[in-house]
Design a protein around this ligand. Structure first.
Ligand SMILES: C[S@@+](CC[C@H](N)C(=O)[O-])C[C@H]1O[C@@H](n2cnc3c(N)ncnc32)[C@H](O)[C@@H]1O
Length: 550
């Protein structure tokens, strides 16, 4: 029966399928799709592209889903984020009260309008399934597939959209060659839940397509909140040194933005933008990155082979592998020591949440990383960035803003300039924005709820025992804010400009303006204090200053 269904599906597809078109008419002068030996198809620049202008806009994706653990804090339709793991109000709209769907008790909406729109567009088909599943909801990737199966079964998916999705690379010859897998069971589960006449093979193929082409569902400020399959984005090949990034503009943080009368028609249609990370010449291929840019070359290669079935030969992989081999020759025992250190911190981190002690132990162990900081190959690979980021977030959750600041600065000065290519990379911009929030809480420029004067005084005194005085914090806050401004002014993420202006205004209004942090002598003191707080030796610090444009 399944075979028959499959045959019918494929005949239907062939009958209905004109050549899938991935580039919209309005982008035809900017982008072109070409075949590349050994890489399948890829997207190229049809004209030269400036780093200051978005490459193209993307509309709301059909195939997407919010991560299960973020469903409670995200509007199911407009994806406005109402609360985050970060204590800063600017990262979420804490004032928005999400209403739970009365049918499934799973989806939540910021407004009646979002609920009605979602209901008519797709939720009426999913709602009873989610209701049945109660506390056993499907993971995001399968919910995205379920939505497409439901829409296609009811003729609600435009033929060209179905065609674009199903013409994507699926690697089914490799995946299906592995025999009956849990993916087959998942496909059977979806068929059953959706009461669909679609064949198991087609549903399984949709899962393969999702696995080979989905990207993170981004938010404007805090990383991914789920998965999405955007057909144009799926056509970008991978490089560990990408020249583009997918950016969700700030306006998509507004509740109900797709209907908002306050926004222009273009903004209402723009869900995300593809932005260049540098100037791109006509004829250059456009590359996205499929793996965490912070992972080391070995881990990147392994993941690309495991999930995407290709051997990465990009220039970054070659130069990283060379640098790792050189370091291993010069300092044979170093990477072993580094791994031991990483395991120790990770062990403490894993226990955070159970008690408060492990955070302190993890933070103390993190300080021992100072001995590796002379060797960027070590600290920009693998665990270090993830450990530092976890400590920033755990520090904020546990109100240890002094620790959080030191780790945010490690990311800002050490990891990001090496790993997040392009001065205009949104990840750098968001790290800066988070770092400035921490500065502001410490300096009482704008404090998150629950932060009292005695707490900030205690953090300031902890920081000063590390060598960082209040005046130095003010100096660095000014410098980092100016850096953010340069990045925003000179790049395509222009919509954040008003946020930078707001920060400058807050700074002007705060006590900071009365503090004299100008002059060469002061600069020297502040730089020395930061070097000591991060425990860097002078030559490394000089490189850091150069890299961060100080
Ligand atoms: C998201 S798709 C990218 C578009 C794809 N090339 C196509 O023809 O539709 C991912 C697949 O493209 C291929 N690919 C992407 N980047 C590659 C690279 N740098 N080298 C070799 N193959 C690559 C791999 O087969 C990978 O699984």
């Amino acid at each position: 029966m399944a075979e028959f269904d499959s045959l019918v599906d494929s005949l239907m597809q062939r009958k209905n399928a004109p050549e899938a078109s991935y580039i919209q008419d309005q982008d035809a002068k900017t982008l072109k799709l070409e075949q590349i030996p050994g890489r399948g198809q890829g997207i190229f620049a049809a004209r030269s592209l400036s780093v200051t202008d978005p490459i193209c806009s993307l509309s709301y994706p059909t195939m997407m889903a919010i991560d299960s653990d973020l469903i409670h804090t995200t509007c199911y339709h407009c994806l406005v984020v109402t609360a985050t793991h970060l204590p800063f109000p600017s990262y979420g709209h804490a004032s928005i009260d999400l209403k739970t769907c009365n049918g499934c008790h799973f989806a939540r909406f910021c407004s009646k309008n979002c609920q009605i729109k979602s209901w008519h567009a797709y939720h009426k088909y999913e709602c009873k399934i989610f209701k049945k599943l109660k506390n056993n909801q499907l993971p995001a990737i399968l919910r995205a597939v379920l939505r497409v199966v439901l829409l296609q079964g009811r003729d609600k998916l435009p033929a060209d959209e179905w065609n674009r999705i199903t013409s994507l690379v699926s690697h089914e010859e490799i995946l299906a060659g592995r025999g009956r897998s849990n993916l087959t069971e998942m496909a059977e589960g979806i068929k059953h839940l959706a009461e669909s006449s679609m064949s198991i093979e087609t549903i399984q193929r949709l899962i393969f397509i999702m696995k080979s082409n989905a990207t993170e569902l981004p938010t404007p400020v805090q990383g991914g909140i789920g998965v999405m399959l955007e057909p144009l984005v799926a056509k970008f090949n991978h490089s560990c040194e990408p020249n583009l990034s997918i950016h969700r503009p700030q306006h998509t943080m507004t509740s109900g933005w797709m209907d908002s009368m306050q926004l222009s028609e273009d903004d209402r249609k723009t869900f995300a933008q593809v932005i260049p990370l540098r100037d791109i010449q006509e004829g250059e291929e456009l590359f996205n990155i499929y793996v965490a840019p912070t992972s080391g070359v070995k881990a990147r290669k392994a993941k690309l082979m495991e999930d995407y079935f290709f051997e990465c030969t990009c220039p970054k992989c070659t130069s990283d592998a060379e640098a790792a081999a050189n370091l291993a020759n010069q300092q044979p025992g170093l990477s072993g020591q580094f791994e031991k250190w990483a395991q120790e911190v990770t062990r403490h981190i894993a226990q955070i949440g159970l008690k408060s002690g492990p955070f302190q132990k993890a933070a103390t162990a993190m300080d021992k990383s100072a001995r590796f900081l002379e060797y960027p190959v070590l600290y920009t690979s693998g665990e270090f960035p993830d450990i530092a980021r976890t400590l920033v977030l755990e520090g904020l959750k546990g109100q240890a803003f002094d620790e959080a600041l030191i780790d945010a600065l490690r990311l800002y000065f050490l990891v990001n300039p090496q790993r997040f290519v392009g001065r205009h990379n949104p990840t750098n911009i968001y790290t800066i924005s988070l770092t400035l929030d921490i500065f502001d809480a410490l300096l009482e420029i704008s404090t998150p709820p629950g932060i009292t004067k005695d707490k900030s005084e205690k953090w300031l005194s902890n920081l000063s025992s590390r060598g960082l005085s209040r005046n130095s914090l003010i100096y660095w806050r000014q410098k980092i804010c100016a850096d953010m401004k340069k990045r925003v002014e000179g790049g395509a993420v222009k919509d954040l400009y008003s946020l930078v202006e707001k920060r400058e205004e807050e700074m002007r209004k705060s006590t900071a303006q009365n503090t004299d942090v100008e002059g060469e002598d002061f600069k020297r003191v502040a730089e020395g204090e930061m070097r000591d707080a991060l425990r860097l030796k002078e030559p490394r610090w000089q490189i850091v200053l150069q890299d961060s444009g100080s």
